[in-house]
Design a protein around this ligand. Structure first.
Ligand SMILES: NC(=O)c1ccc[n+]([C@@H]2O[C@H](COP(=O)([O-])OP(=O)(O)OC[C@H]3O[C@@H](n4cnc5c(N)ncnc54)[C@H](O)[C@@H]3O)[C@@H](O)[C@H]2O)c1
Length: 472
């Protein structure tokens, strides 16, 4: 028996041996650094307790972490173990079709708008026009079918509070548009990792006490879908939570610019496929936000034959998202995500110096409002210049909450129907960085097709025609 694969997995995830040791200890399994080194060197055989503890920490079955003699790792072998690896909760999720049990990671402004939206529209009629939603009843799920069952944060102000209070707690500062009843959902203490950057750690005090057992929490609450709302730059923390989500057997919606669904090496989408679980990501696209306005105008230039020569998109706001983004080192994937969301609409390459898209500053009095300035310089017939200037003012978090409500319902439809891996249609419509980019019209069509294909049976059923009157 060799533990070579364990160390490969750690390396792929960018996690250190020391992290594994700490996690094992936290779970009550004491192991020394030299024991781990001997296992790594192959001079010691891993014991049964060690194997089980490592599988629990990394959320992977034994065959993916340890090699036995003659283990060739063939596809056939992998296939035969897939079904066995599908967590029991997934089967429960498929059975429980009435409600969607949702957990949120990060109880900030976005979580606040999402929870408020669920209660604001709980009595909407199925045929009502609700700004920001594709449908009040999406594939058989009404907005009120979303059932918050778990919430996770690390802020001392929020941990241990009921979710209905935590969403209105400092430093959250978004628009309050709905009263939320006591939800009996206690905010659990999560794992900090790189969640708090240089600026956030100046205003957020970490809750005392250790990380709760997140896999257990998700299983006990029978969570179907987990939504990630961590701060930008939370690479390690996101990957750690993804492992917990996979181990608990839930669908995952990644609203932040850490590449999980768009993982270029395909590692995370494959993990979701193997586990038989759906994934929508990455980086939520707002209803009408800077990205979509900039994308549509870029597309308009292209379709009307205007050559786009130079463009910028400058954003600033007064929420903790903008405060956190002052730390430029945390922005690498955010910048890629926002820039490619725009440049993907062109069929030629813009020189890097001629396109600038990104967050620019933090203005506290704007609170959760965000101002966006877009400038586009182009060339028309006869090499004559054409310029466009746009200023957009939005409340940042409510602007994406409706999109998340739709994403949650699509994720549950995928769970119900055993659709796994990164969902291309919904990801391309709801997210800035999907695994595959489409135009917004194509993305909407793909998502509508996804919904009608996987809608609950009763939603598909047409109303019965009235019987024709009998002839006399
Ligand atoms: N329209 C939008 O608002 C929009 C659009 C696209 C992407 N996003 C992204 O969504 C994410 C959430 O945005 P927000 O405005 O709610 O941010 P926020 O700063 O208000 O909330 C983040 C929350 O995460 C918590 N947190 C930090 N580290 C944690 C950890 N390790 N474990 C658990 N909780 C942790 C913080 O305490 C805070 O409550 C951001 O990454 C943002 O860029 C938002």
């Amino acid at each position: 028996m060799s533990a070579r694969k364990v160390f490969e997995v750690l390396e792929q995830r960018g996690q250190k041996q020391r992290w594994l040791l700490a996690e094992l200890r936290r779970r009550g399994y004491r192991v020394s650094e030299s024991y781990l080194s001997q296992i790594k060197a192959g001079s010691k055989r891993p014991g049964r307790r060690f194997i089980e503890a490592v599988c629990a920490v990394l959320g992977l079955p034994e065959h993916e972490l340890f090699e036995t003699k003659g283990d060739t790792g063939t596809m056939a072998k992998k296939k035969s173990t897939k079904a066995a690896a599908a967590p029991a909760l997934l089967r429960d999720a498929r059975r429980s079709k009435g409600k969607i049990n949702v957990a949120v990671i990060g109880v900030g402004n976005c979580a606040s708008s999402l929870v408020q939206g669920r209660y604001f529209y709980q009595n909407a009629a199925d045929d009502q026009f609700v700004p920001g939603l594709m449908h009040v009843n999406l594939g058989g799920y009404h907005v009120r079918d979303i059932n918050f069952v778990a919430a996770i944060d690390i802020d001392a102000n929020k941990v241990d509070r009921d979710l209905s209070e935590a969403i209105f707690t400092y430093p959250n500062n978004t628009f309050k548009f709905a009263e939320v009843p006591h939800l009996r959902v206690r905010v659990a203490r999560g794992m900090t990792h790189d969640g708090l950057g240089k600026y956030l750690s100046q205003i957020i005090k970490k809750s005392k006490g250790g990380t709760e057992d997140i896999v257990r929490l998700l299983k006990e609450t029978e969570t179907h879908v987990v939504v990630n709302f961590l701060p930008v730059g939370s690479e390690e923390a996101t990957k750690w939570y993804v492992e917990q989500v996979l181990a608990a057997g839930c669908g995952f919606i990644n609203c932040i610019p850490v590449f999980i669904a768009r993982d270029l090496y395909g590692y995370w989408p494959q993990r979701f496929r193997q586990a038989g679980l759906p994934l929508i990501g990455d980086d939520i696209k707002s209803q009408v936000g800077a990205t979509i306005v900039h994308r549509v105008l870029t597309r308009l230039f292209r379709e009307r034959g205007v050559r786009l020569d130079r463009t910028y998109q400058l954003n600033f706001g007064g929420n903790t998202d903008f405060l956190n983004m002052l730390e430029r080192e945390r922005l690498e994937s955010k910048k890629i995500s926002k820039t490619t969301a725009v440049t993907s609409q062109l069929d030629y390459q813009l020189p890097a110096d001629d396109v600038h898209v990104g967050p620019s500053d933090y203005v506290p009095w704007l609170k959760d409002r965000k101002f966006c300035h877009i400038r586009m310089e182009g060339t028309t017939f006869g090499n004559v210049p054409l310029n466009v200037e746009v200023k957009l003012e939005v409340w940042d978090s409510p602007n994406s909450a409706g999109v998340v409500i739709d994403a949650i319902r699509c994720c549950k439809l995928a769970l119900n129907n055993g659709v796994s891996g990164a969902l291309f249609g919904p990801s391309s419509y709801f997210m800035k960085s999907p695994p595959k980019q489409f135009t917004d019209t194509e993305a909407r069509e793909l998502t509508e097709r996804f919904i009608s294909r996987y809608a609950k049976k009763e939603a598909k059923r047409k109303p019965r025609k009235k019987a024709a009157p009998k002839k006399k």
